[in-house]
Design a protein around this ligand. Structure first.
Ligand code: NIG
Ligand code: FE
Length: 410
C-alpha cells in the first residue's frame, strides 16, 4: 500500500458508532493516512503490508488516539471582560438582573463595537491556541456581540479569518438576535426586522455564516421573533440552531425542532414534550456545563429523558465573557460527568461524533473512520475515561490535522 503516514503502537477510541465496543475501541491498533484522510484503521495485526522505507511511521508508545475534539458552541470572538459582573453576582445580583439593568451581553457589545478587527483577531487567535493545545481541531464561533450590521459582520469576518489562519477549522454562526440592543430597547420587533432584512442578507452576500442562532428567552427574544429569524435563515439555505430553555421553559426547542434545527443548546428547563419533539426531528441536545457551573444553576438538563429518547448529546464550552468564561473543551468533559452525571463515554461522544452532527459535518469529521478527514490526537493515557476524569496536566501529546502533524502552539 502507498500511504503518507502510518501510526502504530496505539489504542484507538474511534468513536465510530458502527463499532460495538465502548468508545468504538480498537485495541493495539494502527491507522494509515493518505491525502489528508483516514485510509485504513484496524488491529495492528491486520495492517496490510506497506513500504516501510518510504512511509513515515509514528509510534504511539501504547497511548490512545481519539478523533480531534470539536467544540460546537462558543462565542470566542469578543473584546473586554465581565469580571465586574462576576463580582456583582457574588454580592447577590443575578445574571438576568444584570442583563435587565443594561449590563450582561450589552456590556460586551459596547466593547466589541469599539474594538478593531486586528484586536479581535489576536484575542481570538490566543483563545484558539488554548483550545488547540488540548486537542481541539474544530470550533464553532458565534457572532452576537455586535447587534448592528457593521459589528456583526466584523465579528463574523474575524471568525472566518481565524479559520483561514489557524489549523483549527472554524464553523461560523450568525447570532444577530442575541440580545435587544439599546437602540431598539422598546422595539424588539423592529430589531428583528433589521436582523432579517439588513444583517442576514449582508451576512449571506459575504458568505460569512454556516448557521444562524437566536437567544430565545424572556431576557431576549420571544417565540414569534425566534420563528421569524429561523425561518428566514432556513429559506436562505443556512443551518439553524437555538439557545433555548436556559433560564425558563419557553417552548423554543419544540419550535426549533419543527423547523429542523441541528441543535438546541443549554436546555436546562426542557420538558418531556420538548425532548420528544427534538428526538423526532433528529435535533441534537447541546449541554453547556460551563454556563451551568459559572451561573450556579440548580436546574439540571433532562439527561435521563434525552437518553430515553436517544437524542444525541453534545458537550461544548459556550466560551463567552458572561456565562462561561472558561476556554477549555477538556474541562467540559469533567464537568459533564461531575455536574450532569454523563458517563465519560457520553461526554467524549459529545465533543466528537455528536458535536460533528450538531455542526452538520459528521460525514467528514467526529470519528476515526475510513474516508473521513485525518483529524486526531494522541493522548498519554491508559484508558479513555481519563480524559473526563482528570484535568490540569495536558495529556495531549500530538495532534494530526488534515493528515499533518501540527506544531502545537505554546
Ligand atoms: O450562551 N445565553 C446566551 N448567550 C450566552 C451568554 C452570553 C453572555 O452572557 O455574554 C450563553 O450563555
Ligand atoms: Fe451560548
Amino acid at each position: 500500500m502507498s500511504w503518507d503516514q502510518v501510526w502504530i503502537d496505539v489504542n484507538v477510541a474511534t468513536m465510530d458508532t458502527n463499532i460495538q465496543e465502548a468508545y468504538g475501541v480498537i485495541p493495539q491498533a494502527a491507522i494509515a493516512v493518505k491525502d489528508g484522510k483516514i485510509a485504513w484503521v484496524g488491529p495492528r495485526s491486520e495492517l496490510p503490508e506497506f513500504d516501510v522505507l518510504a512511509t513515515p511511521v509514528y509510534r504511539g508508545k501504547g497511548g490512545w488516539i481519539t478523533p480531534g475534539l470539536i467544540d460546537a458552541h462558543t462565542h470566542l470572538v469578543f473584546a473586554g471582560n465581565r469580571a465586574n459582573e462576576f463580582e456583582q453576582r457574588l454580592q447577590g445580583a443575578t445574571y438576568a438582573e444584570i442583563a435587565r439593568a443594561g449590563g450582561g451581553i450589552i456590556s460586551t457589545v459596547n466593547a466589541c463595537r469599539d474594538a478593531d478587527e486586528a484586536e479581535l483577531f489576536e484575542l481570538g487567535r490566543q483563545r484558539l491556541n488554548a483550545l488547540a493545545r488540548e486537542g481541539v481541531t474544530t470550533v464553532e464561533i458565534k457572532s452576537g456581540y455586535g447587534l448592528n450590521t457593521e459589528t456583526e459582520l466584523k465579528l463574523l469576518r474575524v471568525a472566518r479569518e481565524l479559520g483561514e489562519h489557524h489549523h483549527i477549522d472554524v464553523s461560523t454562526t450568525f447570532l444577530g438576535a442575541h440580545a435587544i440592543p439599546p437602540e431598539y430597547k422598546d422595539n424588539a420587533d423592529a430589531y428583528i426586522d433589521l436582523v432579517i432584512n439588513d444583517m442576514l442578507p449582508a451576512v449571506i452576500a459575504e458568505n460569512l455564516a454556516d448557521a444562524v442562532d437566536v437567544f430565545c428567552e424572556n431576557i431576549a427574544f420571544n417565540l414569534e421573533q425566534t420563528e421569524r429569524v429561523l425561518t428566514a435563515a432556513k429559506q436562505a439555505g443556512l443551518q439553524i440552531k437555538l439557545h433555548a430553555e436556559q433560564l425558563t421553559n419557553m417552548g423554543g426547542s419544540a419550535l426549533a425542532a419543527k423547523l429542523g434545527a441541528k441543535s438546541v443548546d443549554h436546555i436546562e428547563f426542557l420538558d418531556e414534550a420538548g425532548v420528544k419533539a427534538i428526538s423526532e426531528s433528529g435535533t441534537c441536545a447541546t449541554l453547556l456545563p460551563g454556563a451551568f457551573y459559572f451561573l450556579r444553576e440548580t436546574q439540571l438538563p433532562p439527561i435521563d429523558l434525552l437518553r430515553q429518547y436517544k437524542v444525541p448529546m453534545v458537550i461544548a464550552s459556550d466560551f463567552n465573557p458572561g456565562s462561561s468564561p472558561i476556554c477549555s473543551t477538556l474541562l467540559m468533559l469533567n464537568m459533564a460527568c461531575t455536574l450532569f452525571r454523563l458517563t465519560p463515554e457520553e461526554a467524549l461522544q459529545g465533543v466528537t461524533i455528536n458535536a460533528a452532527k450538531a455542526l452538520g459535518i459528521d460525514n467528514n469529521v467526529g470519528s476515526i473512520t475510513v474516508g473521513k478527514q485525518a483529524d486526531f490526537c494522541l493522548w498519554d493515557i491508559t484508558t479513555p475515561a481519563q480524559l473526563a476524569y482528570a484535568y490540569g496536566v495536558n495529556l495531549c501529546k500530538t495532534v494530526v490535522k488534515n493528515g499533518q502533524v501540527v506544531a502545537l502552539p505554546n
